[in-house]
Design a protein around this ligand. Structure first.
Ligand code: 2NL
Length: 345
C-alpha cells in the first residue's frame, strides 16, 4: 500500500516538475511534495505503525523517492535559471559594431578668443598679464587716474556704487594703478589688463552696462609716443591684416597727455570708403596716450625720470567689426546658435 503510494507520489511530483514553467512554480512544487507538511513527511511520520520487516524497506524507499524528487527539482531549477539568463542576454545584446553617438563639444566664447589673441600678441612683445578685482575703491578707479572728486569727466563713467567709497570698476585702469604702486617707483612696468567693467547705462544694440576691456601700460625710461605708434601698428596688422595702416587723431583722456584716438585703414575696402568704414576709409579702434605725469606721481613714479604710454580697447567692438555683429547683447545672452558660429582656436 505505502509502496504504491510513494511511487505514485514520485510520478505526480515528476509531472508537476516537468510542467513547472518558472522558478516560482517550481518552488511551489518543492513545498508541496517535500515540505514539512508534504505527503512524504507524512509517510515517514507513520512509520511507527509498520511491522519490523516493512519499516526499513518503506523507510529506504521514502528516502529514495525524496532524493529523486529533490534531484529532479534541482535539475529543473538549473535549466530554468539558464533559460532566464539566455533570454536576458538576448534582450540586452549590444551591437558593438554600431556607429557611436557623437557627444557635442563646446567652443571658447568669442570674447574670450579675442582677449586671448590680444594677450598672446603682447606676451610675445614682452608684456605680462595682470588682473584685479571688479569691486574697487574710488581712489584706484578715479583719483589715482587724475580724476579727482567732482571732475566733470567722471560723468562719462557713471557707475554702480556699493558704498560712497566702493564701486564696480568703470575701466581696468585701477589694475594698472595697483601694479604701478607695487613696483615702488622702479620700472619697467609692462602689462596687459583684460577684464569685465561696469557703467551705468541703458542697454541697447550698442550699449551695455557691463562689458570687457583690455588696457595696456608700458612705463620705463625714455618711452615715447613713437613707441606707442610702433606697438599699435603691430597690433593693428596682427588683428586686422598685414596691410593695415594706422592713424592717430588728437583726443582727450584725463589719465593721458597727450591723448590720441587710433584708427585703422578699413579692412573691407582698403581705404576707398564702404559701409563698414561709413565712407571714410578709416575705422576707430582704440584710445591711447602718454601716461599723465600726475598718474605716474600718484603711483610712486618720478615723472622726470619715467615716461609711459597706455591704451584701452573694447574686445566687443573689435569682435563686432571683425565679424559684422550688429547687437552687443549677443555676447551676453548666450544663445548657442550665436556662440557656436565662432569656433576658432
Ligand atoms: C578707451 C580709452 C584708455 C588708458 C585707457 C590708462 C591707464 C593708466 C594710465 C593711463 Cl594706469 N592710461 N589707460 C589710456 C588711454 C585710453 O582707454 O577708449 N578705451 C576703451
Amino acid at each position: 500500500m505505502l509502496k504504491e503510494k510513494l511511487l505514485e507520489l514520485r510520478e505526480q511530483a515528476f509531472e508537476h516538475i516537468s510542467s513547472a514553467d518558472g522558478l516560482k512554480a517550481l518552488q511551489e512544487v518543492h513545498v508541496r511534495f517535500l515540505g514539512k507538511k508534504g505527503p512524504i513527511t507524512e509517510v515517514l511520520k507513520g512509520m511507527g505503525k509498520l511491522s519490523a520487516e516493512e519499516r526499513p524497506v518503506i523507510g529506504q524507499l521514502a528516502n529514495d523517492v525524496r532524493k529523486m524528487i529533490a534531484t529532479k527539482i534541482e535539475e529543473k531549477r538549473t535549466y530554468l535559471e539558464n533559460k532566464l539568463l539566455e533570454t536576458k542576454l538576448e534582450s540586452e545584446k549590444v551591437d558593438v559594431t554600431l556607429p557611436g553617438r557623437k557627444s557635442e563639444t563646446g567652443n571658447h566664447h568669442l570674447l574670450g578668443s579675442i582677449i586671448r589673441e590680444v594677450e598672446d600678441l603682447f606676451i610675445g612683445l614682452g608684456f605680462s598679464i595682470e588682473e584685479g578685482p571688479e569691486v574697487e575703491q574710488d581712489y584706484y578707479n578715479f583719483e589715482a587716474l587724475n580724476l579727482p572728486k567732482d571732475h566733470p569727466a567722471r560723468d562719462m563713467q557713471d557707475s554702480f556704487y556699493i558704498t560712497d567709497d566702493l564701486l564696480m570698476r568703470t575701466h581696468t585702469s585701477p589694475v594698472q594703478a595697483h601694479t604701478l604702486e607695487k613696483h615702488k617707483g622702479v620700472g619697467p612696468v609692462k602689462v596687459i589688463c583684460p577684464g569685465k567693467v561696469y557703467r551705468r547705462d541703458n542697454d541697447d544694440a550698442t550699449h551695455s552696462h557691463q562689458f570687457m576691456q583690455i588696457e595696456g601700460l608700458y612705463v620705463d625710461h625714455n618711452v615715447r609716443l613713437s613707441d606707442l605708434k610702433g606697438i599699435l601698428t603691430v597690433f593693428a596688422k596682427h588683428m586686422f591684416g598685414a596691410d593695415r595702416e594706422i592713424r592717430l587723431r588728437p583726443s582727450f583722456f584725463p589719465f593721458t597727455e597727450p591723448s590720441v584716438e587710433m584708427d585703422i585703414s578699413c579692412f573691407r575696402c582698403g581705404g576707398h570708403g564702404c559701409s563698414v568704414c561709413k565712407g571714410t576709409g578709416w575705422i576707430e579702434i582704440l584710445g591711447a596716450g602718454m601716461v599723465h605725469p600726475n598718474v605716474l606721481r600718484m603711483s610712486g613714479f618720478d615723472p622726470s625720470e619715467y615716461t609711459g604710454f597706455a591704451f584701452g580697447m573694447g574686445p566687443e567692438r573689435i569682435a563686432m567689426l571683425k565679424y559684422g555683429i550688429e547687437d552687443i547683447r549677443n555676447f551676453y545672452t548666450d544663445d548657442i546658435r550665436f556662440l557656436k558660429q565662432f569656433n576658432r582656436a
